[in-house]
Design a protein around this ligand. Structure first.
Ligand SMILES: Cc1cc2nc3c(=O)[nH]c(=O)nc-3n(C[C@H](O)[C@H](O)[C@H](O)COP(=O)(O)OP(=O)(O)OC[C@H]3O[C@@H](n4cnc5c(N)ncnc54)[C@H](O)[C@@H]3O)c2cc1C
Length: 425
């Protein structure tokens, strides 16, 4: 006999992915027995945190009570998952309760690892070291209080959610300092672990024009390892010896004050710093059998990149930030992943294994380049541009547009709360 904690479908995480999937499933069949496991009181519309960090959106508008978002017909179990035993279809929560399931959808998001960089935990959200990932209100404070000098924007060498966010806030900060006059005595530098500012050529071209216009310096293959907040210095390891200097440094300037310790190590001084901290799949996922055990995707949930079904467990699906998918981790990606999970899950439930829906890796990054300006980067697996055909008829989304800014600031939040989380988009 099934124990009382058994559910036909358990969804781990009631974030963007969990609520959307639950809502879509219940629209298809209101009799499904669905439980959402999530300890959080609040749910956040994180994409607007970029705007909060630039003082053009209120943080409290990004926050809603979880209880008001759980779709009617789904059961919310306000507990945190401790361990998953997929061989026995069992979940243990941190208070010792156990839950059984027939089918599992795992979407617990991403974990911020403040211990991944020496000195980060002690200094984040103070001393001029800010992050829209942890406290966008503090970012706005830092931008306003900055009196000029060295402004360093950077990111960790792990996958992060919305990989464009660390540069969007840089363009907004630059724009703000232009308006307040602080830019005159400021040098802006972006140090990144990758080899390019953006992977898709059409969007990269526009962004490099923005970088030139704003006179921003770029440093590639730079892995942030340590922050010395007392002396306001950031330590980097150079991850690749590239030979030609312009593959490593773009628009170098003496004002940046970069100190070369060796061929592999540099120190960059800063007066303010914005960073995307290291991130990884939640610990309970990493130590479970759902995660890749080895290889570059180690720790992320091991699913088929097309059907989103687990590669070893035929009753488990995953999506969102915790899934091992070779595309950008965004809410926009989830909008396209959710219907694939929903259709394929219903097929697996009815017919064991027909999986007719495929996800092509669609993701999108609303690249804000200043107040009132945005490039809508849409792409799929392989960094192939995939712009919406309808929008593209009227707007060249690879260019900076005011209409796309309006979409970001007003259209997308409306769509998120009223359509996506209701299972309608
Ligand atoms: C600064 C910033 C800017 C961004 N900009 C954009 C953008 O412009 N466009 C865009 O599309 N996306 C953007 N994103 C990314 C987007 O917000 C995420 O990709 C998306 O929210 C991920 O959804 P998710 O459901 O996977 O995780 P989340 O929405 O983060 O939800 C995860 C849920 O899992 C729960 N959970 C965690 N641990 C447990 C546990 N042990 N047990 C049970 N539940 C648990 C959490 O409480 C949470 O409710 C941005 C993010 C940030 C931070």
């Amino acid at each position: 006999m099934k124990n009382i904690n058994h559910h036909q479908i358990i969804i781990i995480g009631a974030g963007t992915a969990g609520i959307t999937v639950a809502a879509q499933l219940l629209r298809k069949d209101k009799n499904l027995d669905i439980a959402l496991l999530d300890p959080a009181q609040k749910h956040y519309y994180q994409p607007a945190w970029t705007l909060v960090g630039a003082g053009t959106y209120k943080y409290d508008k990004t926050e809603r009570d979880m209880k008001d978002l759980i779709p009617k017909g789904a059961k919310w179990i306000q507990k945190a998952v401790q361990d998953i035993d997929p061989d026995n279809n069992l979940i243990k929560t941190t208070d010792g309760s156990e839950f059984g399931y027939d089918f599992l959808v795992a979407c617990p998001g991403i974990q911020i690892d403040l211990d991944g960089i020496e000195g980060l935990r002690e200094t984040i959200n103070k001393n001029g070291v800010c992050s829209n990932y942890t406290d966008p209100d503090y970012t706005w404070k830092v931008l306003q209080e900055f009196k000029g000098g060295r402004a360093l924007f950077t990111l960790a060498a792990t996958p992060v959610k919305c990989g464009g966010a660390p540069q969007k806030i840089m363009y907004l900060a630059d724009d703000y300092w232009q308006k307040t006059g602080v830019k005159k005595n400021t040098s802006v530098l972006y140090a990144m672990p990758g080899s390019t500012i953006f992977g898709v050529p059409d969007f990269k071209k526009t962004l490099m024009e923005v970088v030139d216009r704003k006179d921003i310096g770029l440093r590639y293959f730079h892995k942030l390892t340590k922050i010395d907040s007392e002396n306001k210095k950031a330590y980097y390891t150079i991850t690749k010896f590239v030979g030609e200097p312009d593959k490593l440094i773009y628009n170098d300037k003496e004002e940046f004050g970069v100190e070369e310790i060796s061929q592999e190590e540099v120190v960059i001084p800063y007066d303010m710093m914005h960073l995307a901290p290291p991130q990884s799949a939640p610990d309970f996922i990493k130590r479970s059998k759902l995660a890749h055990q080895e290889g570059p995707q180690k720790g992320w949930i091991d699913i088929d990149k097309s059907t989103l079904l687990h590669n070893k467990y035929p009753n488990v699906f995953a999506l969102g930030d915790a899934a091992a998918l070779p595309t950008a981790k965004t809410g926009a990606a989830i909008r396209k992943q959710a219907p694939v999970v929903v259709e394929n899950l219903l097929e697996v439930m009815k017919h064991q294994e027909i999986l007719s829906r495929n996800y092509d890796g669609y993701s999108s990054c609303p690249l804000i380049t200043g107040y009132g300006k945005m490039v809508l980067a849409e792409f799929k697996y392989g960094n192939v541009r995939d712009s919406d055909p309808l929008i593209s008829k009227f707007v060249d989304t690879s260019k900076e547009k005011w209409s796309m800014w309006i979409l970001k600031k007003y259209g997308l939040p409306f769509m998120y709360w009223n359509l996506m989380l209701k299972g309608k988009a």
